[in-house]
Design a protein. Structure first.
Ligand SMILES: Nc1ncnc2c1ncn2[C@@H]1O[C@H](COP(=O)(O)OP(=O)(O)OP(=O)(O)O)[C@@H](O)[C@H]1O
Ligand SMILES: [Mg+2]
Length: 383
């Protein structure tokens, strides 16, 4: 929510924040602002202050005292203004012209506006072939969401050879089988205290090393698990979905968003074509499957336009190629947001988040994907 700005300033900040937040402008008079803030309940207020706007410090104080988050922007880093803003309860003071810093402040401080009681979004990162970077994207997307104070659970559905625990360098204490067995008893707090946690705060669910347990998990279990998790998290990020076996189909069917991930090489694009064809035959909604070009290199002979033409739709999401940074993070079990928050690759991954916020989510299709393929119904209560 933007406060204390003229039209030009507002337009400028709106543009700066377009990939980071949904921006609204306060329309009321100064004395009504605290009440409006309460009723709109935005993730944060961005207040523009000058030395001749003393009333705004009172507003900052009122919003902060009511539990709101205030980020102050100003033309100059005047020590007096900084001091007054901080005294009034502002979390951050940013130069108006420093859009990068403002985006970072919003990402760091703004609260998620995904309301309690709403269902979270299941996002599957689906590689068009092996090795395209699905796990790297899934783990770091989860990290970026966590950093924005979104409640996120990262699920590794590769029940035998999953990589997520290794990428995050954590032991898998509580497994998918454990959650399935206790789903009826677990409330949000109990679940959060049971699942494995990365130090960034991401909750992680993977399979234990017991092969016989993995063998017991079937499509309907996966469907039930994802439904359960979306009642408890803002986002459920799913990795380890390969091809179109029963488990994969249940995961795809239970996802509101599928990022089909490709790279600029013939096998990945060719497989991508086949996957899209299958998604089409299975009557996916327009909008659920998004194409994601990973390791994007502009100079590649297989250009982004060629990939888009081959697949019959333009590619709007790209992630830069940065092998050295990424492999170092993977080998150390750390997230890109922790070690290189400003790197291009990190920002590209963070840039996916606004496309996943609920208002942009496609409507759930009533018909089940599994049902379409196998002529049977998924036990998830929605079919
Ligand atoms: N954007 C990127 N830039 C540079 N290297 C990348 C990028 N994304 C992934 N990689 C590298 O590609 C390799 C494979 O990544 P990752 O394991 O995430 O792929 P995957 O699709 O999960 O593979 P698998 O099919 O084995 O599950 C890793 O070495 C990783 O560092
Ligand atoms: Mg993987």
């Amino acid at each position: 929510m933007l406060l204390g700005m003229d039209d030009a300033q507002q337009a400028d900040l709106r543009l700066a924040l377009k990939d980071v937040a949904h921006v609204v402008r306060s329309k009321t008079s100064a004395d009504q602002i605290a009440a409006e803030y309460k009723s709109l309940n935005p993730g944060a207020a961005i207040v523009s202050v000058h030395s001749d706007t003393p009333a705004l410090f009172g507003i900052i104080h009122n919003i902060s005292a009511a539990g709101g988050i205030v980020i102050v922007v100003s033309e100059t880093k005047d020590p007096e203004l900084i001091l007054r803003s901080m005294r009034a309860g502002a979390r951050e003071f940013v130069l108006e012209s420093d859009h990068e810093e403002l985006r970072l402040a919003v990402r760091t401080h703004a609260k998620s506006t995904v309301g309690a009681g709403e269902l979270g979004q299941v996002v599957t990162i689906f590689g068009s072939k092996g090795g395209v970077g699905a796990t790297a994207i899934a783990t770091n997307l989860a990290g970026a969401m966590q950093r924005r104070n979104l409640r996120v659970c990262l699920v590794d559905l590769d029940l035998y050879l999953g990589d997520v625990l290794a990428f995050l360098d954590i032991p898998g204490s509580y497994s998918i089988t454990d959650v399935l067995a206790n789903m009826n008893r677990l409330d949000r707090d109990l679940l959060a205290s049971s699942v494995t946690k990365h130090r960034s705060g991401i909750n992680v669910l993977a399979q234990s090393s017991k092969v016989e347990e993995a063998e017991q998990i079937k499509g309907p279990d996966v469907a039930a698990l994802l439904e359960f998790l979306r009642r408890n998290y803002d986002f459920v990020i799913v990795d380890g979905v390969r091809g179109f076996d029963e488990i994969s189909l249940a995961a795809l069917d239970g996802s509101q968003h599928v990022f089909m991930t490709l790279t600029q090489d013939v096998p990945a694009v060719r497989n991508g074509q086949r996957c899209l064809e299958l998604f089409g035959r299975l009557q996916y909604d327009q909008g659920r499957v998004k194409l994601l070009l990973n390791r994007y290199v502009k100079a590649s002979k297989i250009t982004i336009e060629v990939v888009g033409e081959t697949l019959g739709q333009p590619l709007t999401h790209t992630i830069s190629n940065d092998f050295l940074l990424l492999i170092d993070a993977i080998n150390r079990g750390v997230l890109l947001t922790e070690v290189a928050p400003r790197a291009r690759i990190t920002q590209d991954i963070e840039g996916l988040i606004p496309h996943l916020l609920p208002e942009r989510a496609p409507r759930m299709r009533r018909q089940s994907l599994l049902g379409t393929l196998f002529g049977k119904k998924v036990v998830d209560g929605t079919t």
